[in-house]
Each structure stands twice: as C-alpha cells, then as structure tokens.
Design a protein around this ligand. Structure first.
Ligand SMILES: Nc1nc2c(ncn2[C@@H]2O[C@H](COP(=O)(O)OP(=O)(O)O)[C@@H](O)[C@H]2O)c(=O)[nH]1
Ligand SMILES: [Mg+2]
Ligand SMILES: [Zn+2]
Length: 289
C-alpha cells in the first residue's frame, strides 16, 4: 500500500497525489462507500494501485476539518490584504486571524500590491509582526516576495483568505507556471451559479506544499467561544495574562488592567485592541443568557 493525499474529487473518483508529484485516479473500496465515510479533499489515504489507477483502502485520521469550504488537514492560512486598492480592512483581517487561532492553524499575513503603496505596506507589516505573526510584503504584479511565500508554503496545506480584489488568485498564479486561476471579478465573468457549484481542489507546488484553490473561511461570523477565551486568540495579549488586578479581567472597563496599560504604552496596537473589544461584544451578544 502507498500513502497519498486527495487533491480532487469528481463523481466518485478521487485524484490522489503520491510522493508529492504523481497523481493516481482512485475509486473508494466498497467497504468505505458502504460505511458512508465522507471523503474530503486534503484527506490522507492509503491506496493500492496498478499504474495510474488505484483504490482508496483507508482514510487516515484528520488533524483539522475546515467546514467552508470543506477541506481536511489544512494547517496554515495565508491572509491576504492589499496595501492599497482596496484599502486594508483590519477588522476582517483580525477576524480571520481569530478564526485561524481557534482552528489551530498557523497564520501568515501577506500584504500584496506593495508596488502601489510601499509605506503603508511596511507599517502593516510591523503592526502584525509586533502582534506575533509572520508577514510578507508582496506584489504579484512586480514579482516581489514570491520566494518568501513559497518558503512558507513548503510542506504545508494552505488555504488563502481575504477580501476579493486583493490579489489572491494573482499571487497563486505567480507562484507556479501552469496555475491559471481566474483573475478579476469572478461573479461578473462567470455568473453566480457556475461559481458556487465549483468544488475545491488542491494545487501541488513543485517547491513543495499544497494550496486550496478557493479561499478558506468564506462566511465569517464571529467564532463560538466564551468571552473569557477570546483574549487567548490574540497572541500578543498572552504576555499580560495574570497581570491585571482582577482575576477574569476582560480588559474592558476594569481598573488596573495590564492589557489596557500595554495599549496606552503602544506595546499592543490600538487597532488590535479595538477589534478585540468589537469581537468581545459580538460574542457576548451570542451568549444564551
Ligand atoms: N498593482 C497591483 N495589482 C494587482 C496585484 N495583484 C493583483 N492585482 C490586480 O488586482 C485585481 C484583483 O486580483 P485577483 O487576483 O483577481 O484578486 P482576488 O479576488 O483576491 O483573487 C486584478 O485586477 C489584478 O490584476 C499587485 O501586486 N499589484
Ligand atoms: Mg480570486
Ligand atoms: Zn485586563
């Protein structure tokens, strides 16, 4: 038997990548079909094969399971914002990062279109470096930062996220000759129907790593978590854990709050703190009492 990873599924057939380069078209062993086992793109599987055709004998345990789009074993998200055109949406960026933290994914913040606005790109980079995230300044157009992105993709299964128009498809296309994701306004070019029926597949990079060809976290409601746990999803807050006067401090109106002091002293970015307060109120509004 050989180990592989499912990169595409169409009508009962699965494309399985083995050794990172060879693709084998597989059916499911009847037993798996009967058990109604749902196979996802990203699943690690054990196959038997003759030549280019094979049979999936076993689905290995999943480490993660992304719901929308459905992908197994994603371990990283690249959150893309543009330095300009469109202007960066820090509320959405922080919201995606909170989802990534809760899902246990590594996150990389990519600031694309650095060719349009180098200054704003570098301020965003330092803001997110300070918050504890890896960042890349990139330009799909000027071919900047692509080696750095390839390095961070190697050995991982990555989903891209971010608003439309920031250059996600352009960046993915620029990474590898042969990739050809649609650039520009997809809903205008294809119409809604066709866009929504498309299934997700994984693109293997010759430099190593797999990329989901549709953005992860497509509908972002605030995560379901306890108000007290939201602070754990802001990595730069953890240094102040236990330093506030009140045990169970939510860092809002409480006096002698170490987090608020850190914000006043610019050790925590104001925008990150403001977004923390926003998400906290959203989570509280969802509580059943
Ligand atoms: N100036 C500039 N424009 C870019 C860059 N990357 C993408 N674009 C343009 O931004 C628009 C949206 O790109 P697209 O890849 O479709 O964005 P997506 O919606 O995030 O997938 C297109 O017109 C691209 O040509 C870049 O690095 N610099
Ligand atoms: Mg796109
Ligand atoms: Zn506090």
């Amino acid at each position: 038997m050989e180990d592989g990873i499912i990169i595409k599924g169409i009508g009962g057939f699965y494309e399985v990548l083995i050794e990172g380069q060879l693709t084998v078209t597989c059916r499911l062993r009847g037993r798996l079909r009967l058990e109604g086992e749902r196979v996802l793109v990203g699943d690690r599987v054990r196959i038997t094969r003759s030549g280019q055709e094979g049979v999936v004998e076993e689905i290995l345990p999943r480490t993660t399971h992304l719901q929308r789009p459905p992908i197994a074993n994603v371990n990283q998200v690249m959150v893309v914002m543009a330095a300009a055109n469109p202007d960066p949406d820090l509320i959405l960026l922080d919201r995606i990062l909170v989802h990534a933290e809760l899902a246990g994914l590594e996150a990389v913040v990519v600031i694309n279109k650095v060719d349009l606005a180098a200054g704003p790109a570098s301020s965003l980079q330092s803001l997110y470096n300070k918050a504890g995230y890896q960042t890349v300044a990139a330009s799909a157009k000027a071919k900047v930062g692509l080696d750095c992105i390839r390095d961070k993709l190697a050995g991982k299964l990555t989903t891209f996220a971010g608003p439309s128009g920031v250059g996600k498809s352009s960046l993915i296309n620029a990474l590898e000759p042969g990739f050809s994701l649609q650039i520009g306004d997809v809903s205008a070019k294809l119409g809604r129907g066709r866009h929504t029926t498309r299934s997700v597949s994984l693109l293997p990079l010759s430099s190593g790593g797999l990329i989901a060809d549709t953005p992860g976290f497509s509908r972002l409601e605030m995560v379901n978590t306890e108000p007290e746990r939201l602070q754990d999803l802001f990595p730069e807050f953890t240094a102040y854990q236990g330093l506030c006067q009140f045990r169970g401090c939510l860092h809002r109106h409480e006096p002698k709050c170490a987090v608020k002091q850190a914000v006043a002293g610019n050790s925590i970015a104001h925008s990150r703190y403001e977004n923390y307060l926003l998400f906290l109120s959203e989570i509280e509004a969802k509580q059943p009492y």
